[in-house]
Design a protein. Structure first.
Length: 124
């Protein structure tokens, strides 16, 4: 068994945004026989997938996420800030689950000198 860690932004009962560090358990399975088994998570439904490019230096002022979604950073570096003032920096390969659909939300800044390219997976 193996696991992936990820960051989650969520809102509490007072609609204030917070970070949480979470894990996804991966279990060995015959995913694509006759290829050897590999480690996979439990499937999760998605409604659509799209790709985003945020220009170098881009700032997304305070906003809630428009939909519950996974963001997977394919290139670049971004800072996410929640209402407590805590910031987390995401780099290429990092993933974040956005669930802060109410309240002030979060603030995003592209820190890299190159655009941040992101895969966005919308969830039901």
């Amino acid at each position: 068994m193996s696991a992936l860690t990820y960051t989650k932004i969520f809102t509490d009962e007072n609609d204030l945004s917070h970070f949480e560090t979470c894990e996804i358990t991966l279990q060995e399975k015959a995913y694509a026989p006759p290829a050897d088994p590999l480690f996979t998570s439990t499937p999760e439904p998605a409604t659509q997938t799209l790709f985003l490019e945020l220009p170098a230096g881009w700032t997304g002022e305070w906003h809630p996420t428009p939909v519950r979604q996974w963001l997977i950073l394919m290139s670049g570096e971004c800072s996410f800030e929640v209402e407590s003032g805590e910031k987390r920096i995401l780099k290429t390969g990092d993933r974040i689950l956005l669930e802060d659909m109410k309240g002030k939300g979060h603030r995003t800044v592209v820190l890299s000198d190159e655009p941040a390219r992101i895969t966005a997976i919308h969830l039901p």
